[in-house]
Write a protein that binds this ligand. Structure first.
Ligand code: FAD
Length: 394
């Protein structure tokens, strides 16, 4: 039986950050993971370039049943701290829309940086290790039975992530351990995920696959995002949809403004005054891709000249363009979701250290808990900040 001060389960974003932080404090740290590679989600993130943080991180960029929970960890390890780390490792990066920061070259650089930090801090990492049992002995130490060795530790950190992308090794193991130790879980569902069509919508909209348009999308609770909307074979995607999926509940419609920043009524009035004989098809084709126009509006309406449209038709047209209400079938689920909403209830954890209030020495960090970020580097920032918070405490 080997003893370590700290064992971290999960060599992902949060686990590696926690390991390096605790290692630098002189703790004897072992990271265990059942995957054959560390940081697999980091490697495929941001289209292979890892959107590792955001220039502007605020607590309201996160979804958590306790809105205050994220504040302490985010304030103590900021995006500027992670940017400093990236710069110290000589990784070149660039900023995209909305303050998102990406590697210039490859997400591999972030994994290499984290593994280097772990090495410098003396934290060991053991991959391909299946943990079959975790218990506590009489001294309050955690006892881990694995397919290789048995271990004891004083602090156990669960950094096993959420359920999204099972093919990358996502598992509910962290939730099982939380339940085993009597911690409450909040229901989980897929977040930052594309929507799927109902079968009758599929026939109509599938040919639009590949079309992207600017949009403002509003969910039933009034949350709004202005970003690109993408039509796919299966449904709707693109940044606007991924963002709104975090706020969508099954059975709810979403409202899509296809002319963001434009007053549709005023624009229609202007065409009516200046080009009264222009067909509606031509009018709309100046504003939206022709295939989209033809899918959204009836042929007979599109063939009418602007001055042949009656007042109620013009009114409906403006409504359809500014607030197209659409009821989607559902989401693509964990298969393609970037995050998992819900998880270990943050009421069970200290917001300063991520330690379970009722189980001394047991910590939860990263996505396994009920904290999910918006699209834009916020999920990694939560992994870094919560990982450091626990790493400073274990
Ligand atoms: P993970 O990084 O998922 O790590 C969990 C680790 O636990 C894994 O190594 C896994 O193998 C291990 N594990 C699981 N079960 C067990 C078990 N039973 N035994 C042992 N080990 C186990 N966020 C951003 O901020 N920016 C992005 O650009 C971005 N892009 C993304 C792209 C995709 C396709 C996906 C799926 C997600 C993306 N995310 C992005 C979200 C981000 O990857 C996660 O929020 C983040 O990785 C969570 O970190 P974590 O350490 O909590 O979990």
């Amino acid at each position: 039986m080997k003893h370590h001060d700290v064992i971290i389960i999960g060599a992902g974003a949060a686990g590696l950050m926690c390991a390096a932080t605790a290692g630098y404090r002189g703790r004897d740290v072992l990271v265990l993971d059942n995957a054959k590679q560390a940081g697999r989600k980091i490697l495929i993130s941001g289209g292979g370039r890892c959107n590792f943080t955001n220039q502007k991180v605020e607590p309201n960029n996160f979804i958590c049943s306790n809105a205050h929970f994220v504040k302490s960890a985010l304030a103590r390890y900021r995006s500027s701290d992670f940017i400093d780390l990236v710069e110290r490792h000589g990784i070149e990066y660039h900023e995209r829309d909305h303050g998102q920061l990406f590697c210039n070259d490859s997400a591999k650089e972030i994994v290499t940086m984290l593994l280097t930090e772990c090495e410098w801090a003396g934290a060991q990492i053991k991959l391909r290790t299946e943990i079959s049992e975790i218990s506590q002995n009489e001294q309050g130490q955690f006892v881990l039975v694995t397919d290789k060795e048995h271990y004891t530790c004083d602090s156990l950190v669960m950094a096993t992530g959420g359920l999204s992308m099972p093919k990358l090794g996502a598992s509910p193991y962290g939730y099982h351990i939380a339940q085993q130790f009597g911690l409450k879980l909040l229901p989980t569902h897929a977040g930052l995920v594309p929507f799927t069509w109902h079968s009758e919508q599929k026939q109509k909209f599938e040919p639009l696959s590949g079309i992207a348009v600017p949009s403002t999308i509003t969910s039933k609770d009034g949350t709004q995002f202005s970003e690109a909307l993408l039509f796919t074979h299966r449904g709707l995607s693109g940044p606007a949809i991924l963002q709104i999926s975090n706020f969508w509940k099954a059975g709810e419609t979403i409202s899509i403004n296809l002319l963001p920043g434009v007053d549709a009524r005023a624009a229609i009035e202007l065409v009516l005054a200046n080009h009264p004989k222009q067909s509606l098809r031509n009018t709309l084709s100046h504003w939206l891709p022709k295939r989209l126009v033809e899918a959204l509006f009836d042929e007979s309406l599109l063939n009418k000249a602007m001055n042949q449209l009656v007042h109620s038709e013009l009114e409906l047209l403006a409504i359809d363009l500014e607030s197209w209400e659409i009821l989607m079938n559902g989401t693509e689920g964990y298969r393609t979701a970037e995050v998992t909403l819900g998880g270990v209830d943050t009421d069970e954890l200290s917001s300063k250290t991520m330690e379970a209030k009722s189980v001394s020495g047991l910590y939860f960090i990263g996505e396994v808990m009920d904290v999910s970020g918006w699209l834009g580097g916020f999920n990694f920032q939560w992994a870094w900040s919560s990982g450091v918070a626990a790493g400073q405490a274990v």
